[in-house]
Ligand binder design. Structure first.
Ligand code: F0G
Length: 351
């Protein structure tokens, strides 16, 4: 029987590895591309969700991390470090375990979801909560990697982008060609950079007949690219994309401009509405930041920017279980019943 071997083995000829590279994998990638019925009806388009929460640590970061940790191991690193809003740290911690390495993670104090903190802790990462935001954490991680024996595994490390571009390959492999539009949330802007690279490579090699327009969405309180200036004190309930000075800013602009795309913002209210729609109407439970892609698509559709009949893929980047507070918040408390079928049936509205 065959199982998916992980992105490095599946796309080996398109990644910077050699026959002797020690592959560190949790068999990431190969994630579901799920047709989204309600979103398709609302937009008059054929909408698919690339469900990246199905990766081993519950986010798309695993695609980049298998590459980053593999290459760090090949180069003899004993320890890795990253700055993170939570998902990168969870992924780095897990892959470091596989590689027999020490992981150090820097997170903004009080601003990462509980599930992500739990992952870093249980995988044995050395965690520092920094009295600052993600951008401060990244500055610190860069300084440490330059001056101490520890390899940086943030997406400023180009092999992270190489790994993450495989999501675009999978989409084209599944659909038979590139979609018309690709929508995704933007934080540090590594992922939009990676998808654009993947789509361009497939088009250049004739695997796809063209490339999609790239549509990126930031949270309104953390939208430096939309505003055209650094946001000093970024805020949003979507903590994964609470970033005021994205490292891959220029690459995101290039993806937008070269693809004829757009980068816009969505409010926390729009994010939460899309989050609830995905769970309640599509059966897909994502974390709030992930819903920014869908919120953006719905906003664009309401503005008349989405011509019907197009094929659209929205990446939903992380699993809802990472940050369940938002699922519970505002929902009615379940009713308690005795062990009695008649009462239970009545409370369930079955009679
Ligand atoms: N969605 C989720 C769930 C994320 O965790 C991130 C980034 C993004 C979207 C945005 O992707 O940064 O490539 O533009 N999380 C990083 C982290 C910052 O530390 O986990 P991006």
């Amino acid at each position: 029987t065959h199982q998916w071997r992980g992105i490095i083995e599946e796309y080996r000829d398109r990644l910077p590895v050699s026959d002797t590279t020690p592959v560190v994998t949790l068999r990431e990638g190969g994630t579901p591309l799920v047709p989204a019925q309600v979103l398709s009806e609302r937009t008059g388009c054929e909408v698919h969700l690339k469900v990246e929460g199905a990766n081993p640590t519950g986010s798309f970061k695993d695609r980049g991390m298998t590459m980053a940790i593999t290459r760090a191991k090949e180069e003899g690193a004993r320890a890795v470090i990253c700055a993170s809003t939570g998902n990168t740290s969870a992924s780095a911690a897990a892959y470091a375990v596989r590689a027999g390495m020490v992981s150090a993670v820097l997170v903004p104090q009080g601003k990462i979801a509980l599930g992500k903190m739990g992952q870093a802790l249980v995988h044995g990462a050395k965690i520092l909560q920094v009295d600052g935001n993600f951008d401060d954490c990244l500055t610190l991680a860069r300084a440490l990697s330059e001056n101490y024996p520890v390899a940086l595994v943030n997406s400023v490390n180009p092999v992270r982008i190489e790994g993450q571009k495989t999501a675009a390959f999978e989409i084209v492999d599944m659909l038979g060609d590139a979609p018309d539009i690709h929508v995704l949330p933007v934080g540090n802007a590594g992922n939009i950079t990676a998808y654009w690279k993947g789509y361009r490579e497939y088009a250049a090699d004739g695997v796809a007949t063209g490339t999609p327009r790239m549509w990126g969405f930031q949270a309104s309180g953390s939208a430096p690219i939309v505003r055209g200036e650094v946001v000093k004190d970024p805020s949003t309930i979507a903590t994964a994309i609470r970033i005021g000075n994205p490292a891959s800013w220029q690459f995101a602009l290039a993806a937008r401009d070269e693809s004829g795309g757009l980068i816009d913002e969505v409010t926390d209210r729009e994010i939460l509405r899309a989050y609830r729609l995905l769970a309640a109407q599509e059966g897909v439970f994502v974390e709030p930041a992930s819903a920014a892609s869908v919120a953006g698509l719905l906003k664009a559709a309401e503005q008349g920017k989405v011509d019907p009949g197009q094929r659209i893929v929205c990446t939903v980047t992380g699993n809802g279980l990472k940050d369940p507070d938002w699922a519970v918040a505002g929902a009615p408390q379940p009713v308690t019943v005795p062990v009695d079928a008649a009462t239970a049936a009545e409370r369930l509205g079955l009679v």
